[in-house]
Write a protein that binds this ligand. Structure first.
Ligand code: TXA
Ligand code: MG
Length: 336
């Protein structure tokens, strides 16, 4: 299959592909999604095939208006209305009880469904033109870092999907928060993401965090969280939290023959730079949203460099730093 590259003026063509049961990658404010008509089982199966995704890992449906929400969930609790009012369109996926003609593969046998309204004009217009909710996981090969540009999607899925809509680089850079509201008295974060725990607590009062996010030995409630994720080909190790320690460890690794590529904040960059090393910047340490936006694209860029090992600076687990560290810990095989 020849994968067409479309731009944001060609959404009629993209919508026509979707209506005829094909899969199309498109930009959202978080990462690129790989979309198909969520009511068409054959189309949804093509998403799993193209990504090599395990079929017990359910997909999020993407909607462009609130009527679609009422059509595909049994009931919209007060807590959901509050989150919607504050954060939609935006990077927060709600898990609710499902209803209506959603293709069975979307929810992988669960009686719940993940729904979000993306905050991206191209995504919203494409959903509107397609006239159906779009089931869409991140548009990477399963296990790889999620794509934040159309080129990342092409690298992973060229020849396996009908089209890619190129809408430029995404803004948030990592995926939506997944918030379980199936027990509306107990809003629970299953995956940290673009809307933070602190922001949700501000509007909902108390918010819970799925136990597996605190203790890796506990099985996650979100099926996708159990898989290895976000990993480039090269090994990723997490640096110590102190700059001097990090520098020592990197010197030792180089003495033992490793060719290091490093990914650190502006604050760390100067001290760690030398002519042997390839480095990328995560931005201002006081602005962890910059690190979140750059993590996946930098891991992909470092993977293409002539190095043997990628080392990355840890951030504190607060605000968007929680989502950054969640993705980094999943990508990494070792903490130094
Ligand atoms: O930002 C995002 O959420 C991106 C863009 C494309 O919208 N999408 C994305 O999809 O990250 P994906 O498939 O890579 O991740 C969806 C996550 C998985 O961890 C999945 O297990 C979980 O949401 N999920 C989906 N439906 C669920 C459900 N009914 N119950 C629990 N977890 C669910
Ligand atoms: Mg994904």
């Amino acid at each position: 299959m020849q994968t067409a590259i479309l731009d944001s003026t060609e959404l009629d063509q993209a919508a026509a592909y979707l209506k005829s049961g094909q899969v199309v990658a498109f930009p959202t404010e978080t990462v690129y999604g790989l979309g198909a008509d969520a009511t068409d089982e054959e189309a949804v199966k093509k998403i799993f095939e193209a990504k090599g995704r395990p079929n017990d890992n359910p997909l999020i449906i993407h909607i462009s208006n609130i009527d679609q929400l009422e059509r595909y969930v049994q009931f919209v609790p007060e807590a959901a209305r509050t989150v919607i009012e504050h954060f939609w369109p935006g990077p927060c996926t709600l898990i609710l009880r499902k209803k209506g003609p959603i293709a069975p593969s979307v929810t992988g046998g669960l009686d719940t469904i993940g729904v979000r309204m993306p905050d991206h004009p191209v995504a919203l217009e494409l959903i509107e033109k397609a006239g159906v909710p779009l089931a869409a996981p991140s548009a990477n090969s399963s296990g790889k870092p999620s794509p934040t540009t159309a080129l990342h999607v092409k690298k992973d899925l060229d020849g396996k999907i009908q089209a890619i809509v190129d809408g430029g680089a995404t803004g948030v850079g990592l995926e939506s928060t997944v918030l379980d509201l199936t027990d509306p008295e107990r809003p629970t974060i299953l995956r940290p993401g673009g809307v933070t725990f602190e922001e949700l607590e501000l509007v909902l009062g108390k918010v819970w965090t799925d136990n597996h996010l605190k203790d890796a030995s506990i099985a996650p409630k979100s099926p996708g969280m159990k898989y290895k994720h976000y990993s480039p080909e090269k090994p990723v190790w997490i640096l110590p939290a102190s700059l001097d320690e990090a520098e020592k460890v990197m010197d030792q690794l180089e003495k033992s023959g490793e060719k290091i590529g490093f990914l650190v904040s502006d604050e760390w960059f100067e001290q760690l730079s030398n002519h042997n090393r390839t480095g990328h910047r995560l931005g201002d340490k006081k602005k962890p949203q910059q690190a979140a936006a750059r993590l996946f694209s930098s891991l992909r860029a470092l993977d293409d460099e002539k190095i043997s090992l990628i080392v990355v600076e840890p951030y504190s687990k607060a605000g968007i730093g929680t989502a950054y560290m969640n993705r980094l810990e999943k990508a990494a095989s070792r903490i130094l």
